[in-house]
Design a protein around this ligand. Structure first.
Ligand SMILES: Cc1cc2nc3c(=O)[nH]c(=O)nc-3n(C[C@H](O)[C@H](O)[C@H](O)COP(=O)(O)OP(=O)(O)OC[C@H]3O[C@@H](n4cnc5c(N)ncnc54)[C@H](O)[C@@H]3O)c2cc1C
Length: 111
């Protein structure tokens, strides 16, 4: 079964919360690069998001897809690597957990 999650707008946001910059999994590269918060608070990440592929890719691709895909050559996971970036995920039972983004693509494989 293929489920299109692309229309879950509540998963698309860039906001500050409790001293962190929070980016929703379905935030598109274009929206990250042009948000109010990211260029000010994490300029490197915003800059990288604005350089990915071409305009079509930046308007369709998401940070969540990029990190979940786990391609070591991808720009956004590489930009998150040296930082303290963390990724939050939920399993099918609703259990939530947080891992360092550096190890997300390995640790997100549920047993
Ligand atoms: C022409 C072209 C040029 C590109 N150039 C670059 C580049 O210069 N730099 C770069 O870094 N990337 C580049 N990319 C990749 C681009 O950043 C993609 O957007 C990225 O790979 C993720 O795509 P997506 O959001 O469409 O995710 P998808 O391709 O839809 O998903 C990727 C994987 O992640 C899973 N997934 C997606 N969202 C979630 C979620 N919320 N939770 C859990 N799993 C999820 C999917 O099931 C799938 O297995 C390019 C892609 C193309 C087609």
């Amino acid at each position: 079964m293929l489920i299109d999650i692309g229309h879950l707008r509540e998963l698309s946001y860039v906001k500050e919360e409790k001293g962190y910059v929070c980016v929703g999994a379905l935030t598109r590269h274009h929206d990250l690069a042009n948000s109010l918060v990211a260029p000010r608070e994490c300029a490197g990440l915003a800059h990288v998001a604005g350089q990915i592929g071409d305009p079509q890719v930046r308007h369709r691709g998401t940070i969540g897809g990029s990190i979940a895909h786990g391609d070591p050559a991808s720009d956004l996971p590489r930009r998150c690597s040296p930082s303290a970036a963390r990724s939050w995920s939920k399993d099918r039972t609703g259990l939530e957990r947080s891992t360092r983004t550096t190890s997300f693509s390995v640790s997100s494989r549920w047993p």
